[in-house]
Design a protein around this ligand. Structure first.
Ligand SMILES: [Zn+2]
Ligand SMILES: [Zn+2]
Length: 243
């Protein structure tokens, strides 16, 4: 079942849990290698949660991230299949009801549910992606996600308003066109950070950040402006940073 929603600046934010589980092969590494600069022991476990966020803003329905996708998802390292469809249904939303999909970035655990059977999974939605992300995408991501979206793609450069009250912020580093979503002082952070240890020490890098130094600078910048974090991979869907 979806988590309890919060209403912030007139926008209802409902966290949806697509999956919970450890990272599997082929990308799993011991945590000290996964997070250089951390104090993890080599045998520590990391159980990831995979959160998407449903926003209802002034009669518009916005989905932030599409999760892992179905059993044929390219996210072979994640728990399959994702259960976002059931979560959305429990929240009273059918795929055709979604007006805007904001894809934080094109990694398979966030974009794996964008397309079903070669067509947009949310047939009436525009899919908001950064130009830098679309241009960076290659191989199966381009063929299986970007190209089938076709005219549903809404390519933006930098910060933009997805719908009134919902801002998209370019947040590069993890990927070139990674983006976060701000609703009031709540930051839906995608892969701006991955593990609670990185909240305690913002300088801890992540091995799969495309540009780790830029990721640290972006993390510092955006977290300084947020009061509540809504992270993709932490156990909790909301974390109060400051009152
Ligand atoms: Zn990612
Ligand atoms: Zn992720």
């Amino acid at each position: 079942m979806p988590y309890e929603p919060r209403v912030v600046a007139g926008v209802e934010i409902t966290p949806l849990c697509d999956a919970v589980g450890p990272m599997g092969p082929p990308i799993r590494k011991p945590l000290p290698e996964m997070f250089p600069g951390s104090s993890f022991g080599p045998d520590e476990e990391w159980v990831l949660h995979f959160h998407c966020y449903l926003l209802r803003a002034g009669g518009r329905t916005v989905l932030v991230d599409t999760g892992i996708g179905g059993a044929d998802s390219p996210a072979t390292w994640a728990p399959l299949p994702g259960r976002l469809g059931a979560e959305l249904a429990a929240a009273g939303v059918a795929p055709a009801d979604v007006d805007v999909v904001v894809v934080t970035h094109l990694h398979s655990d966030h974009a794996g549910g964008c397309v079903v059977d070669g067509a947009p999974a949310y047939p009436n939605a525009r899919y908001v992606l950064q130009r830098a992300e679309v241009e960076w995408a290659s191989g199966p991501v381009r063929e299986r996600i970007v190209e089938p979206l076709g005219e549903s793609l809404d390519v933006i450069d930098g910060d933009a308003e997805a719908v009134p009250g919902v801002r998209v912020l370019h947040a590069p580093g993890h990927t070139p066109g990674h983006q976060c979503v701000a609703v009031g002082d709540v930051l839906i952070s995608g892969d701006l950070l991955h593990h609670p240890a990185q909240l305690a020490d913002l300088s801890i890098r992540y091995v799969y950040d495309e540009d780790p130094d830029l990721a640290v600078r972006t993390r510092r910048d955006l977290l300084a402006r947020a009061a509540v974090l809504a992270p993709a991979h932490f156990p909790q869907p909301f974390i109060t940073l400051r009152n």
